[in-house]
Each structure stands twice: as C-alpha cells, then as structure tokens.
Design a protein around this ligand. Sequence first.
Ligand SMILES: [Fe+2]
Length: 213
Amino acid sequence: MVSINDPELMIAKPAGLTAATGMDALTHAVECYITLAANPITDALSLKSIKLISDNLRRAVAYGEDIEAREAMAYASVMAGMAFNNAGLGYVHAMAHQLGGLLDMAHGVANAVLLPHVERWNLMVNPEKFAKIAETMGECTCYKGKMEAAELAIKAIERLSKDVGIPSGLASLGVKESDLKPMAITALQDGNAGCNPRKGNEDDIVELFKAAM
Ligand SMILES: [Fe+2]
C-alpha cells in the first residue's frame, strides 16, 4: 500500500472534511502519546504532531488554499501515523469504529466528539503527560496543580474541536441510548481497546458514550 501525502492535493478538500481528518490526526497523536506502549520516539512524534495541528488546523479549515497550513497538517498526519503504528491507540478509536459501523459516521467526526470525554476519564492515569499536551497546545500551565494543568488539555481539545465546527454531541448525529450497550460490548473487542492506559468495563464504556451524547 502506498500513501501520497501531498499538501497540494489537499487544497480542494472541503472545510468539513479538513476538520474531520485533522481531528482524526489529533486523536492519533493524543491516544498514542498516553498508551502504555509509548516510548521517547513515539512521544516526540506525537507532541510535534499535536503542536502542528494545534497551530495549523484552524488555518487549514478557514482558508483551504493556505499551503503552509496544509503542509504542516500533512507532516502532522504522517508523524502521528508513525507514532500510533508503533505505540497503538485507545478507547477513542475503539468506540469510534462502532459509530462508523452503525451510522456511517465520518471517522474523524466520531473521534473528535469522543476525544475530550475519553481523555477526561483517562486524565488520572498520567496527568503529567496531559499537562504536556496542554502546554503544547498553547495553554498556560504555570502555577497550576498537576490535575488542574492536565485538565487544560481537555479544554484545549474542546476549543479546537468547536472552532473547526465539529458537532458537540452524538445525539445530534443520530445516536440513540439503545445503541450504547451493544456498541460498548463491541468496542471492548476492538483491537485498539487493549492499548488504552485505563482499563474499563462495558458499564464504563456506556458511561463514556453517554457523556459524549
Ligand atoms: Fe483514526
């Protein structure tokens, strides 16, 4: 398989697809940064990817012909891909795959809606790394306690998601309460579930879906 990652080919990509694919790349970078399999090489790739996305996704969505933003996003996408192919992903992708299968929902949109909720639940596993994500996304973590600094990563992700036009919840995308339990069961069987740094059961996954409704 060959992947051509040429920013000039992305110029005509519509704003909605740019936002969805950009948030998918951010999800790759964030999830693999906090997996138990992360190492200094994948950490470096993930953090640089997060920085490039935080600095350039809004520009790429706002003005598709911005070749500098498109190039930065192309690098971010490749770096996050190199990172997660070595360190794995987590519950966001495990859950998003179920939404994509059930509703034909865009993969990046499903990830973007789930990302802040799953990572808020994961925060306590590694607050130091979440504080680093916050700092990388431009948040001021100075004079903050460990958990308070970590929570700023969630705020930064939510702000970026809102700015690029990602819907705020799953209910508006057609998900029903009755869908949640069957999706939680299959999410835990997804290949990405085993990489999540906090172990959950079916009830935990149902609660995460509910939080994202
Ligand atoms: Fe993805």
